[in-house]
Design a protein around this ligand. Sequence first.
Ligand SMILES: Cc1cc2nc3c(=O)[nH]c(=O)nc-3n(C[C@H](O)[C@H](O)[C@H](O)COP(=O)(O)OP(=O)(O)OC[C@H]3O[C@@H](n4cnc5c(N)ncnc54)[C@H](O)[C@@H]3O)c2cc1C
Length: 381
Amino acid sequence: MDTTLSKLDRKLVAHARAFAERELRPVAAHYDETEQFPWEVHWKAAEAGLASYDLPEEYGGGGVTSLLTSCHIAEELAWGDGPIAGAFGGGSFFAGPIVALGTGEQKARWLPPLCGPRPPVAALAITEPHCGSDAAALKTHARRVEGGYVLDGQKTWISNAPIADLYLVYATVAPGTRSKGITSFVVEKGDPGFTPGRELPKLGARCYPAGELFFKDCFVADDRRIGDEGQGFYGVMRWFDRSRVTLAANSLGMGRAALEVAIEYAKEREAFGKQIHEYQAVSFRLVDAKLGLDQARLLTHHAARLADAGEPFTVEASMAKLAASEAAWYTTWAAVQTLGSNGYSREYPVERWLRNVKLEEIYEGTSDIQRLVIARSMFGS
Ligand SMILES: Cc1cc2nc3c(=O)[nH]c(=O)nc-3n(C[C@H](O)[C@H](O)[C@H](O)COP(=O)(O)OP(=O)(O)OC[C@H]3O[C@@H](n4cnc5c(N)ncnc54)[C@H](O)[C@@H]3O)c2cc1C
């Protein structure tokens, strides 16, 4: 346990750990197999205060403002199951830019339900069919009309798209100006002109759906605009700095889970008359996995501490996400390898964790994009 955390925060981390053990680990395989949304767990997490621990206290959230504390909580929950924790963490993902840029009225409207016992499912929608990494190239148009805007366009690969109640949608008020025109709007389920599209089949993270959204002459009133016109891109990039650090912590939790299973297996399994950990090919592979995870944890906590101190941390956030997602990918690969055929079996968890953890290197900026952010800081480009 991190002794730099307050006593209260350490209790919260222990609470997350106990919840992960009790409520996430035992049901994770079921939700992966059935591809059902984990409603029961979503509600239990809400009741346990773990779906909104980082939302402001005045709106009913847990009031955790320290990114370091959030990292510890995220690591424990992802140790239980990364995708399920991601599913009930969707509310905070949607709410982050509203907390930063929304008016008092907007916060009072959308935050309290997210902190309640039956929180709405929420989504944040930037990616479009022609652009993911190059988010500033988005084309969804927000045309100014009397009293609001009319949205036209399409989104894809949006987590929770088919089932969400609330969507934070990024569109441009000035096509062709890239980031300058990008503005965010809250769209609610059932708004005329808005339709969720199909769910996209995927490799892992199968307990929550990801899919398309369509906007055709979809009117949103002025009070649905979050921040000023043109503030959306800046706002979401600042938010990604924070969320990339917690995503790094997710990767660490998923990787740590795989390493634990691999170590136990290597102590029990025998080949050629020895426990397999006695072969350096096996133990060194797991040493490298531990080294990668522990190094990435130092980077992750360093980025979080900078954020907590109010220092710039964009580059450190990218380093943390890059290092942690790659270390977790290596670790789950090494775990599958260590378990041999059983690693490939759906009766053991590591094949599922390998499928799940791949996503960490893709969303919220692929590893190439994290390298691009770091390179720009090195070369001033
Ligand atoms: C399960 C899942 C859930 C998701 N959830 C959400 C969500 O909730 N909201 C949302 O808005 N989006 C979401 N996404 C989308 C995700 O963030 C994007 O898919 C991701 O940013 C990559 O974009 P892309 O798929 O368009 O890849 P592309 O941008 O087309 O990239 C393709 C390849 O080219 C590389 N590449 C691109 N540009 C460069 C460059 N300049 N230098 C070097 N290499 C480059 C990339 O690294 C990648 O390897 C989700 C995706 C998945 C799979």
